[in-house]
Unconditional design. Structure first.
Lengths: 140, 140
DNA sequence: CTTCATCACTTGCATATCACAAGTGAATAC
DNA sequence: GTATTCACTTGTGATATGCAAGTGATGAAG
């Protein structure tokens, strides 16, 4: 395991956030969990963005160390693990939504769903509730 | 200049955002401009996080290429340049605020101003307006 | 008009991180 | 037992980062 992610420790909230999930891949994984219902290693590997397997393993470990996700054996198939967002990880939803809004506004090739983009503006609270509900840790 | 920043081009808004400003330093620079009124190279260099000068030059160029900031000579002192947020860069404010909110909630050593954190919850719209007003491009 | 200081970078180089390919080991399936 | 799936690990070259030192264009002082 490549020991990475040194913390800047300045107390600045932006630096803290960047040190926790501010790399090229962590939010891609979070997005897959939050918006696409993915929960296994193989599903994350299959993402359009082609994450390398060692980087994926490293990021999952890091996100777990940071308490954003948790890892459990799948009771249905004991050779796989299920990764789930913790409440702390789920609480990144507003950040993810604001990023979607921004990119939808400025990326001419965006594939962001217009329905979601519209709802971010018109019913932010409701959308947040729905996403958080769908990813509630107690849900199975 | 180290040519970096390859784009993933999948159309995913999260990937687009990460490719545009999702590195260890870009949002630190944006924060300095947005929340701390910094606008010169020397001011960015002096940040608590100790950004290396070559990385700073590279990121400023990148942010300029992406249209998030603009660079002008300082009319008061022609040997310095002023960096300012464009409307596209200013529109990152909601993302920055959500990151502040998240970090303030989960970093036990946060130095986030309680006044700001409270206002993010209680008067999000007003706070956004104020920050955007303060950084309006036409202001001098 | 020469010298000196400031400001915004560039360049070089050691170190760290990433990406790609291939390999390992545990849990089921047959 | 043999094969297959799944979740990783390991090795190696490419890329990016961090640090120190150097450069060129103002502008200020004498």
């Amino acid at each position: 395991m490549t020991r990475s992610k040194s913390k800047r420790q300045t107390g600045c909230p932006i630096a803290f956030a960047l040190d926790t999930f501010g790399d090229k891949w962590s939010l891609i994984i979070i997005r897959d969990m939050l918006m696409r219902g993915k929960e296994t290693y193989g599903e994350f590997l299959a993402a359009d963005e082609k994450i390398a397997t060692n980087i994926l393993a490293d990021r999952l470990q890091h996100l777990q160390d940071e308490g954003l996700i948790e890892k459990k054996r799948d009771p249905q198939n004991r050779r796989r693990y299920l990764y789930r967002l913790t409440p702390k990880g789920l609480d990144l939803t507003p950040i993810v939504l604001e990023m979607v809004r921004w990119s939808a506004a400025y990326d001419p090739n965006t594939k962001a769903s217009p329905a979601v983009v519209t709802r971010i503006q018109s019913d932010r609270e409701g959308l947040l509730k729905d996403l958080i509900q769908k990813n509630k840790p107690e849900r199975d």
